[in-house]
Design a protein around this ligand. Structure first.
Ligand code: NDP
Length: 259
């Protein structure tokens, strides 16, 4: 197992699916971060019960109320994390929260869905990254790590191969045009972040988690990749990423994907 030396991690959308599994596996690692901030838009709701249980059993795992499609919620989350970190930086931001609006085909795609999916999947990660940038910069400045890494300071945007313009993954299983466009835009956001934050030594990656067995993954038909397998590989990949990888689009195993 490659070692991840991040002291603090924030995962958005961590009450179910890939986000919840990331928190679960981070907690269980021998190199577990001291702080695991679990972003969740409805901490009191029925879908957050498993996450709540997890936080009561593990010190340093804290639920952060965070609706990534709401600017003031993002600002409040940043304030809460600052209080908890008491002046320390944030090493790793995983922009995982995302939505899909299934549509039969391009003709049935709507302006409302396009806007809602773009708000959550693109504007959300941009605003969350902006809000936490001062803490990422601080972590990077104060790190003893050489070069870029997830142990030093990184933004991981959970993207999708469905947004790859070259591969246009699983077209026959669903056109989901709003989702594809949003992930293509998220990929561009990642490239821009990698250029804008290069001087600050913040690693920026777009990561496709695989076609994974979650509520979203199982929407059209059962997904092939087990949730724990995907997340185990993702964490291993994160631990191995270095300066040469910033600005790339990779899959759960760290293999480069075409934009
Ligand atoms: P799920 O639908 O299982 O879970 C999505 C998570 O995102 C939930 O925790 C949900 O919270 C949260 N979320 C959605 N909108 C918001 C918001 N506005 N604010 C805060 N949280 C929000 O999806 P997955 O776990 O499968 O997907 C996670 C990421 O992986 C997504 O970005 C997705 O696009 C990507 N992905 C997934 C693939 C798959 O096969 N599963 C394939 C490729 C990419 P709530 O419970 O409140 O709705």
């Amino acid at each position: 197992m490659a070692v991840l030396k991040a002291r603090s991690v924030l995962v958005t959308g961590s009450n179910r699916g890939i986000g919840l599994e990331l928190v679960k596996q981070l907690v269980a690692r021998s190199d577990r971060p001291e702080w695991i901030f679990a972003g969740c838009r409805d901490p009191e709701g029925p879908r957050a019960q498993e996450l709540k249980q997890l936080t009561t059993n593990h010190k340093g795992v804290v639920i952060i109320p965070l609706d990534t499609s709401n600017t003031s919620s993002i600002k409040n989350a940043a304030t809460r994390v600052t209080e908890l970190l008491k002046g320390a930086g944030l090493n790793l931001l995983i922009n995982n929260a995302g939505i899909v609006r299934p549509t039969v085909n391009l003709d049935s795609e709507t302006a409302e869905d396009m806007a809602e999916v773009y708000r959550t999947n693109v504007i959300g990660p941009m605003e969350v990254s902006q809000a936490f940038l001062p803490f990422l910069k601080k972590a990077s400045r104060e790190s003893s790590e050489k070069g870029m890494s997830c142990s030093r300071a990184a933004i991981i945007n959970v993207s999708s191969e469905a947004g790859s313009i070259k591969n246009i993954f699983a077209w026959s299983d669903g056109h989901i045009v709003s989702y594809r466009c949003s992930k293509a835009a998220l990929n561009m956001l990642t490239r821009c972040q990698s250029l804008a934050y290069a001087e600050d030594k913040i690693l920026c990656i777009a990561l496709h988690p695989g076609w994974v067995q979650t509520d979203m993954g199982n929407l059209a038909k059962p997904a092939p990749l087990a949730l724990d397998t995907s997340v185990q590989s993702i964490l291993n990949t994160l631990a191995c990423l270095s300066e040469k990888d910033t600005g790339k689009f990779v899959n759960w195993e760290g293999e480069a994907l075409p934009w």
